[in-house]
Design a protein. Sequence first.
Length: 158
Amino acid sequence: MMTIQILAYGKLKEKYLRDACAEYEKRLSRYCTFKCTELEPVPLPEKPSEKEIAAALEKEGQQLLKRMKGLCIAMCIEGKTMSSEALSEKLSSAGISGDSTVTFLIGSSYGLSDEVKKAANLRLSMSPMTFPHQLARVMLYEQIYRSFQIQTGSRYHK
């Protein structure tokens, strides 16, 4: 069974978002081993300098690099956009080619370090629009679930 791992900086604060993620985790348990690890962002002052941001991203990046496994997908605004069908195909291909783990990487509010983006197999953007980090995580869970529904030919994806 495939493992889908999400490494995300920050916690889901709102109960309704945690509930939505919990629902998708329950649904995904039929198709994969799913786990999300919430990491603590490096603390920064109210108005950090570029140097402080770069140092924080590098420290966070080192933590991610140690935990990355299998096919690694960096979630970043400058990434490639793809359809639900294309993401489904990407996940399916990973399993067929022997990658039993797919790791999605979600950075802190300042994103991901360049080193992590370079180490990832794919840079993926949800949309050119900006979404709150926590909502984007729910959207990612849904798209992963949709990917499995597409693979099984379910009516969920019409």
